[in-house]
Every structure is written in C-alpha cells, then in structure tokens.
Design a protein around this ligand. Structure first.
Ligand code: ATP
Length: 216
C-alpha cells in the first residue's frame, strides 16, 4: 500500500502553472528527495500536498484515502506534517511552547516533547528560550520537532538547510540521521544536491527502493 499517491497534479499561481502533471507514489518508510532549481515549483508542490494551495487538476491519496479536497488541519489529522521553508516558528514563544503547538492534532504515537529532545539534544538547554532569539540551526530543529509532535505518517521537509551556515547544516543533518533511522516516511526538498543524495541514497525509481531520488 502506498503511503502517499499523487496523480497528475497541476497547481497554478494565477496564470502561472507552477506544478505541471506531477505523479508520485511513496511507500511507507521511504525517503524521497525532490531536487530542482529556484522557481522549479518544489515549494508549491509541497504546499499543495499539505493543503496550503488548491490543485487545479489531479488527486492526492493518503493511505488510500482521497484527501484532495480536505483542508490543511484535516490533512495533519490524517498524518501529514509540513516543515515549511523559512521555519515559520512562533518567535515570541519558547521551544517547548512551539513543540506543544504541534501536538494539537491529538494523533497517537511515540513523539512527545521528551522524545524530541532525545533526537535533537541541542534543544535541551533551549527548552524555555523564546525561539526568536535562537540560532538558525536550533530554530530548524524546533520546526522539525514541532512537525513530529503531530505523530505524522509522512514528514515533509522544505529546504531545511536554507539560510544556515554549512556548519549548522551539518548539525541539522546529523540530527536528521537519527530520524532517518526510524521508519518515518519523508519527502525532502533540498537545493544542495550532495546533501540530498546522501539522505536519499538510492537513485532507483523502483517501488521497492528504500530511498529514492526524484527530480521534476
Ligand atoms: P525556491 O527554491 O526558490 O523556493 P521552488 O522550486 O520552491 O523555488 P516555488 O516557490 O514553488 O519554486 O515557485 C514556483 C513558481 O511559482 C515560481 O515561478 C514562482 O515565482 C511562482 N510563485 C511562487 N509563489 C507564488 C505566489 N504566491 N504568487 C505568484 N507566483 C508564485
């Protein structure tokens, strides 16, 4: 059974067709990297999956249920979580408060605040710190943690390395390695090709591949 299936997706920004006839099928536990230049439509594609943009054509199925018409909050309840480009944290709130906001979907699962701190130990000392004062890497870890708090079946990561120094990107990816070792299904958009290749280490398009790379 596919975790996520996208059939012939088109998404427009006004007259501009940003996503054109994209089909994709992702099995449970796979890690897929989407690679493309600035403006290729990656963010629009991810936002359409998470319900932030309406499709002009195509269907989205999550665990065989058609979620094409469902609003974003229902998609979170159904098991999708997006870590948006630019993180979009509540910067006047602490790390812990941001994490707890991610738990509002009340989906059952292993993720809670303590487990997030296990996977992202750099956040422990920032538990009661307002996220607006934290480093880019700590903010990114909080954004990923907040998404995990909804216990998603599928985690969608939009350019986690954007705006971070190479050293901090290394730290974020070191943290992600722990996540990749679990059975979480992940769609990852990344402009850094070598990073993407490391994470989604196999280039096969076969449905049985554990990890795959796709480009539009
Ligand atoms: P980047 O790596 O720069 O984020 P991307 O591959 O994620 O690029 P998108 O942000 O999805 O690409 O943009 C795809 C196309 O849609 C681009 O031509 C962009 O200018 C356009 N676009 C994106 N958002 C909007 C918007 N809100 N209104 C109009 N056009 C938009």
């Amino acid at each position: 059974m596919s975790s996520l299936k996208i059939e012939n997706m088109d998404v427009r920004h006004g007259q501009l067709k940003a996503v054109r006839n994209v089909s994709l099928s992702i099995e449970k536990g796979e890690v897929i990297a989407l690679i493309g230049a600035n403006g290729a439509g990656k963010t629009t594609f991810l936002r359409a999956i998470s319900g932030a943009h309406t499709l002009t054509a195509g269907r989205i199925y999550l665990n065989d249920n058609d979620i094409t018409q469902r609003p974003s909050h229902q998609r979170v309840n159904a098991g999708l979580a997006l870590v948006p480009e630019g993180r979009k944290l509540f910067t006047n709130m602490t790390t812990e408060e941001n994490l707890l906001l991610g738990a509002t979907s009340a989906r059952k699962g292993e993720w809670n605040v303590e487990k997030i701190f296990e996977v992202f130990p750099n956040l422990i000392k920032r538990r009661h710190t307002k996220t607006g004062t934290m480093s880019g890497g700590e903010q990114q870890a909080t954004a990923i943690g907040r998404a995990l708090m909804s216990n998603p079946d599928i985690l969608i990561l939009d350019e986690v390395s954007l705006g971070l120094s190479p050293l901090v990107v290394d730290q974020v990816y070191q943290n992600l390695e722990k996540l990749l070792a679990t059975d979480t299904t992940i769609i990852l958009v990344e402009q850094d090709l070598s990073r993407a290749m490391k994470v989604a280490s196999r280039q096969s398009r076969g449905v049985h591949a554990r990890r795959r790379n796709c480009s539009r």
